[in-house]
Design a protein around this ligand. Sequence first.
Ligand code: NAP
Length: 256
Amino acid sequence: MSQSVSSIVITGASAGIGEETAILFAERGWHVVLGARRKDKLQALATKLSQKGASQVTVLVLDVTDDKSVEQFAASAWEAAGGKIDVLFNNAGLALGVDHVSKGLVSDWESMLDTNVTGLLRVTRALLPKMIDSAHGHVINMGSIASHVVYEGGSVYCATKHAVRAITKTMRLELNGTPIRVSLIDPGMVETDFSLVRFKEDQERAKSVYKGVTPLTGRDIAECVWFAAARPKHVNIEEIVVMPVDQAAPHKINRK
Ligand code: NAP
């Protein structure tokens, strides 16, 4: 890390893994740039981050599915970070439903593809040229165990995460010869609002996903992001696949 204040830009910072990552980097004195659609959540988090030790907190409304929003976000994030972003954490994402392909909703598919794939690309396209020009930075993309394997009812979500893995691997090739690092984090089951969103606010169904299991926490994943970011500059962590001990594959779960 350089001697000046380090900065991390986090998409999907209003909840779950993004929120926990913001807290961990704040504890280590970083400038944390928060992006998500829910400004009230980001503002509440910003207060907490300042108390936790963040050197600076920047709150920016971001909808990764909206070109203009991403454009404004990227310009403001770059300016707030003083023209040097240490880490771009492309974390915003979601799953919607577990319908089989024969029954799925096109609107759910479009939303997952636009958020998880095109959204990640939009944000990266807006910031990466600046990072290349400044010869500095690290892009950490949020994959999933669904980047590696598939399961019934997960066709499009798994497709989006397979795409994120392909994009990450391609970026790694394209950025060879620059100092920009590229990493992928692939968690199994993490207890966040993920299932609540997937099951469209059905609390009982969302809770049942974690029943009898010790899932990963957002903090566990934040630690992985930190590990990748905190290596010396000549080290590129390619990919971290991290699972709960209770989960050996998406459907191989030890429930007590
Ligand atoms: P979460 O608690 O539901 O958080 C999702 C975050 O993404 C929220 O901050 C949400 O903020 C943001 N987001 C969604 N759509 C957005 C959009 N259009 N523009 C900007 N931000 C958007 O879920 P999570 O588990 O932390 O998920 C974070 C990432 O981890 C996702 O990419 C997910 O696929 C991945 N992941 C999760 C798990 C798991 O088991 N939880 C496992 C593997 C990978 P707003 O709603 O405020 O915009």
